[in-house]
Design a protein around this ligand. Structure first.
Ligand SMILES: NC(=O)C1=CN([C@@H]2O[C@H](COP(=O)(O)OP(=O)(O)OC[C@H]3O[C@@H](n4cnc5c(N)ncnc54)[C@H](OP(=O)(O)O)[C@@H]3O)[C@@H](O)[C@H]2O)[C@@H](O)CC1
Ligand SMILES: Nc1ncnc2c1ncn2[C@@H]1O[C@H](COP(=O)(O)OP(=O)(O)O)[C@@H](O)[C@H]1O
Ligand SMILES: [K+]
Length: 532
C-alpha cells in the first residue's frame, strides 16, 4: 500500500466507485476498456511470476477459469499472455460466449484463435496445474455462486490440495464469490494464494473473510488517474499517525486525560488505559478510583496521578476542572450487582458535563457500553446522551456492538442473499449515525466511522497481521491511546484512526509473547521514527 495522505492511494474503492473511475477514464478518452483489460491481465501475470519466480522460467501448465463478465475477459488476456510464454493453458468458460460484454468477447475471440474454450464443468476433471487462475467473478458478483460452479471450485481445490505446494492459485481482482464491498463470501469461493486487484484495494480485501480468502494482496496499476474519490473509505496506514509528533510547550498544552477506574481488584484495565494515554503523549493523566481501590492504585501508579471518586458526585467535582479535556470510561468500570447503578450514573455524568470543557472528548469502552445494553430504554438513553454530549468515541468489540445495536448485528450475521452484502463498514456507519459519535468497531479488521459517514479501516492483515493482540487488556490500551490523543487535541475521528495504527504497530514491534502491559512500553519505539 502506498500511504500518501494527499493522493488517492490510501483509499479503498467499492465496486461502484471503481466502475465510476473506469467509466470516467474511458469517457474522458484517456484509455479504452480493452487497454484497461490488457493491463489488468498483464498485471496478474507479472504478479504471479513475481510471487513464484520458478514460474518465470520455462513453460508450465495453467488452468484458467473464466466467467461471463469482464473478470472473465481478464482471464482470456491472462491465458493468451501465458500461452505466448510457451505455457500449456486450459481455458474454461462459464456461460455463453455470445453473451460476453464487448471487451471480454474480443479477448475471448483472440484466445479462441489460439486454443479451445471448454465448458466450466469440464474443469472438475483437470489435473493439478502449476497455476490456477480464478477469473470467474470480480466486482460484478450480484448473487451467491451457482451450485454447479461451487462444485467445480471444490474439485479444483481438492486436486490442488492433494498435491500441496504444486500449484499457485491466483484470484483476479477477488476470489470469485467474495463480495468486494464487504469481504463476505457469497457462497464458497476458492481460497487464493495471491489476489491481484486493480488500481485500488477494495473494502472486501481487508474486511471480514477477505484477507483469509485472498492470501496475499497485490495492487496492479492499470493507468487510471490518481485523483482522490470523494467519500471513499480511507485505508489506515502510517499517515494516520504522522500528526502525533509532539512539539514544545507546557504539560497542560498537551492535555489532561482522566481515566475512571472500577472498584477494588478491578483497576488493572483502567491503569492500562491510563499508561497508554500517558505514553502517547498526554501532558497529565489521572486515574479516578473509589476509596476501596485507592491503595491498589497507589501501589501501582507513579507518573500517573490518582484521585478518589466514589460515585457520580465525586466525578462531577473532578470534571469541574475544565483542563481535563479527555475522559475514558469503561475499562473495568462495572462492579457486580448494586454498584452498577452508580457506575451508570458516572457515565451519564461525564456525558452531561462535557459541555463544561470546550473540546473535551469522551471515550466509552467495555463496561460503559455493556452497562446500558438492557433493557432497550437504557440503550436509547445512553445513545441520546452521547449524541447530546458530542465529541465521543465508542470502541465496542463485536459482542459489545451486538448488545448495543442488536438489529445491526443481526443484519451482519444473516447469510447475505446477494451483493453488495451488508458489511462491518455499513454496520459501523449505521451505528455512528444512530449514536451521533465516532464508532470504532474492533477486530483484526477495525472499522472507524463518524456520524456523517466518513470512515476508515485498519486491517491487521497481510503484512500487518498482529494475532498477538488477541490478549486480555489490549482493548483497554486502545481506549487509553484514543483518550491520550484526544487530550493532545486530536479530533475524535483522527485520534481513533491514529490509535488503531499505533496499537497494531506496537504489537508488531513487540511480536510474539505480547501481553497488554507491553503495548504502552513498545510505544516509544513506534513513535520515534514518526518524529513524535
Ligand atoms: N472496473 C475496472 O476499472 C476494470 C475492471 N476489470 C475487470 O472487470 C471486472 C468487473 O467486470 P463486470 O462488471 O463485468 O463483473 P464480473 O465480476 O465479471 O461479473 C459480472 C457477470 O457475472 C454475472 N453474475 C454475477 N453474479 C452471478 C452469479 N452469482 N451467478 C451467475 N452469474 C453471475 C453477471 O450477470 P448478471 O448479474 O448481469 O445477470 C455478469 O454477467 C473486475 O472485477 C475486473 O476483473 C478489468 O478488466 C480492468 C478494469
Ligand atoms: N487477531 C487479531 N488481530 C489483530 N488485532 C486483534 C486481533 N484480535 C483482537 N485484536 C485487537 O485487540 C483488541 C482487543 O480488544 P478487546 O476485545 O476489547 O479485549 P480486552 O477487553 O481484553 O481488552 C482490539 O483492539 C482488537 O482490534
Ligand atoms: K475472480
Amino acid at each position: 500500500m502506498d500511504e500518501t495522505e494527499s493522493g488517492g492511494r490510501a483509499e479503498l474503492l467499492t465496486a461502484a466507485q471503481m466502475r465510476a473511475a473506469e467509466r470516467a477514464a474511458i469517457d474522458g478518452g484517456s484509455v479504452t476498456g480493452l487497454q484497461l483489460m490488457e493491463r489488468a491481465g498483464a498485471g496478474v501475470v507479472a504478479a504471479a511470476l513475481a510471487e513464484r519466480p520458478a514460474l518465470a522460467e520455462g513453460a508450465h501448465r495453467a488452468l484458467v477459469l473464466c466467467g461471463p463478465g469482464n473478470n472473465g475477459g481478464d482471464g482470456f488476456v491472462i491465458a493468451r499472455l501465458l500461452a505466448a510464454r510457451g505455457w500449456t493453458v486450459d481455458v474454461h468458460l462459464m456461460g455463453d460466449p455470445d453473451r460476453l460484454p464487448p471487451d471480454a468477447r474480443a479477448n475471448h475471440d483472440a484466445w479462441a484463435r489460439t486454443g479451445p474454450v471448454q465448458p466450466m464443468a469440464a474443469a472438475r476433471d483437470a489435473a493439478p496445474p502449476d497455476l490456477v487462475v480464478d477469473a470467474v467473478f470480480g466486482t460484478g458478483i450480484g448473487r451467491p455462486l451457482p451450485t454447479g460452479l461451487e462444485q467445480v471450485l471444490d474439485a479444483v481445490r481438492g486436486a490442488r490440495d492433494s498435491d500441496p505446494g504444486r500449484s499457485l492459485t491466483v484470484a483476479v481482482d477477488v476470489p470469485s464469490g467474495l463480495c468486494a464491498d464487504s469481504g463476505r463470501p457469497l457462497g464458497r469461493p476458492l481460497p487464493a494464494d495471491l489476489t491481484v486487484t486493480f488500481h485500488r484495494a477494495k473494502p472486501g480485501h481487508v474486511l471480514d473473510r477477505g484477507p483469509a480468502l485472498c492470501g496475499r494482496l497485490v495492487i496492479a496499476d492499470i493507468g487510471l488517474p490518481d485523483a482522490p474519490v470523494p467519500g471513499a473509505v480511507r485505508w489506515i496506514g502510517p499517515w494516520a499517525a504522522r500528526r502525533t509528533a509532539k512539539t514544545g510547550g507546557h504539560k497542560y498544552r498537551h492535555g489532561h486525560a482522566l481515566v475512571v477506574a472500577g472498584g477494588f481488584g478491578r483497576t488493572g484495565a483502567a491503569r492500562l488505559a491510563a499508561r497508554a494515554a500517558l505514553r502517547v503523549g498526554a501532558g497529565l493523566v489521572t486515574v479516578a478510583a473509589p476509596a476501596a481501590a485507592m491503595p491498589e492504585c497507589a501501589a501501582q501508579l507513579t507518573a500517573i496521578m490518582l484521585r478518589q471518586a466514589d460515585g457520580s458526585n465525586d466525578l462531577c467535582d473532578l470534571l469541574a476542572d475544565d483542563r481535563i479535556n479527555a475522559v475514558c470510561l469503561g475499562p473495568g468500570l462495572a462492579p457486580e450487582g448494586a454498584g452498577q447503578t452508580e457506575a451508570r450514573a458516572m457515565v451519564l455524568t461525564a456525558l452531561q458535563m462535557r459541555s463544561l470543557a470546550k473540546g473535551r472528548g469522551i471515550v466509552l469502552d467495555a463496561d460503559a457500553l455493556t452497562l446500558f445494553s438492557w433493557p432497550p430504554e437504557k440503550r436509547e438513553k445512553l445513545l441520546a446522551e452521547i449524541t447530546a454530549a458530542g465529541g465521543c468515541v465508542m470502541t465496542p468489540h463485536d459482542g459489545e456492538f451486538a448488545r448495543l445495536f442488536p438489529d445491526l448485528a443481526s443484519r451482519l450475521e444473516a447469510e447475505p442473499g446477494g451483493g453488495p452484502a451488508w458489511s462491518r463498514l455499513d454496520a459501523a456507519r449505521a451505528a455512528a449515525a444512530r449514536a451521533g459519535c465516532v464508532v470504532l468497531l474492533k477486530g483484526p479488521d477495525t472499522v472507524i466511522a463518524a456520524p456523517d459517514g466518513t470512515a476508515a479501516i485498519h486491517a491487521a492483515a497481510y503484512d500487518r497481521a498482529a494475532p498477538w493482540l488477541a490478549t486480555a487488556g489490549a482493548g483497554d490500551v486502545l481506549a487509553g491511546l484514543i483518550a491520550g490523543l484526544i487530550a493532545r487535541g486530536h479530533a475524535p475521528f483522527d485520534a481513533a484512526c491514529a490509535a488503531a495504527w499505533l496499537h497494531v504497530e506496537a504489537a508488531r514491534t513487540f511480536g510474539p509473547g505480547l501481553i497488554a502491559e507491553d503495548l504502552p512500553e513498545a510505544l516509544p519505539g513506534v513513535l520515534r521514527p514518526l518524529g513524535a
